[in-house]
Design a binder for this molecule. Structure first.
Ligand SMILES: [Fe+2]
Length: 347
């Protein structure tokens, strides 16, 4: 393509991931480049362990529809948030496939709390659970779960605030002691959204769990998930707010926030988020970061929301969950006559 170029190089200061640099005359040329090089781009993503940072797409900020087209390079189904009944303030007014994450109105989504202290004893940015909170993989409370999340930085705070962290759960699994690996093979986690009253604090507080319709139930996911493209196994877990601490978080192990299942999840999270497995992305305006939910954990971090406006666009791509989910209906689609969030109106 005349005047357009795409180059790949390893991501700096990262144990995994690839940097893709795009030069294209305008948004249409950039989108054409993505479509033309689709196999090469998704191949580079998988070869790099499921993380890609794309630079050179600043013009996307005026073209949300182009982000949806680019997202289709990574899988067949791009979630339409209107169909999954997300509140309107959380998706783009013209393009319902674009989820809006912002501290600005109408979204008004606050950043995670400021960690105290902000840096660890050695003056480094803390990455490891539990010092670093909210490690998760997107929508693991659905079966089949999604493939890939794309995050685009429209307006970003300084690069040393509001970073997004990614942990390589393929490498983390490989590094587990053989006896721990043997202990977790064949186990399943119970994943649940944070708003159904099954977080540790809900259970400890003795809050009556919400009655759930069939499409709202926690979902089992294997603790070791095989990636459908690379064939590599990876740890598949989430932090406490996204696992069921009433009946889980691990099927067949002692339930509850202090049970054997919760202790195992905490141990695995602390292992998977060791610094050697983690990449911290400090945002520049116009960055597009693509993360594979099938083999990565990610976490948001604090920024000073009083000083800095932040606007991110997100798309979620699904369609290749792996053999484990072959032929399954979507767990989150309600039976006729029911609404997705029925009974959750206060969530
Ligand atoms: Fe997320």
């Amino acid at each position: 393509m005349t005047g357009s170029s795409l180059t790949f190089r390893p991501l700096e200061a990262a144990p995994f991931g690839v940097l893709a640099e795009i030069e294209a005359g305008d948004v249409d040329a950039a989108v054409a480049l993505f479509l033309q090089a689709a196999d090469e781009i998704s191949g580079a993503l998988h070869a790099a362990g499921g993380l890609m940072v794309v630079r050179g797409l600043s013009a996307l900020r005026d073209a949300p529809r182009a982000l949806v087209t680019i997202s289709q390079v990574f899988g067949p189904d791009v979630e339409n948030y209107r169909e999954t009944l997300t509140a309107e303030r959380f998706f783009h007014e013209e393009v319902a496939e674009v989820l809006v994450l912002s501290n600005m109105p109408p979204c008004n989504h606050p950043p995670p709390p400021r960690p105290e202290p902000l840096l660890d004893e050695e003056g480094r940015f803390p990455v490891q659970f539990p010092q670093r909170a909210n490690w998760h993989t997107d929508q693991s409370y659905r079966r089949p779960p999604p493939d890939v999340t794309l995050l685009f930085g429209v307006t970003v705070p300084p690069a040393d605030q509001g970073q997004t962290l990614f942990a390589d759960c393929t490498a983390a699994l490989e590094a587990l002691a053989p006896e721990v690996r043997a202990e977790i093979e064949g186990l399943s986690g119970l994943h649940a959204p944070s708003w159904i009253g099954r977080r540790p604090q809900d259970v400890r507080g003795g809050i009556a769990p919400k009655p759930l319709l069939a499409h709202q139930l926690p979902q089992r996911q294997p603790l070791v998930r095989v990636h459908p493209v690379t064939g590599k196994p990876a740890l598949y877990i989430c932090e406490e707010a996204q696992m069921d601490h009433l009946e889980g978080p691990i099927e067949g192990l002692e339930p509850g926030p202090d049970g054997a299942g919760a202790r195992l999840v905490r141990r695995l999270l602390a292992h998977a988020t060791r610094r050697e497995f983690v990449y911290v992305h400090g945002w520049r305006q116009g960055d597009l970061v693509i993360g594979d939910n099938r083999c990565l954990l990610h976490a948001a971090s604090w920024f000073d929301a009083d000083k800095h406006p932040r606007l991110m666009w997100r798309t979620t791509v699904s369609g290749h969950p792996g053999a484990e989910y072959a032929g399954e209906a979507k767990s989150w689609v309600p039976e006729e006559g029911y609404a997705p969030m029925q009974g959750m109106e206060d969530a």
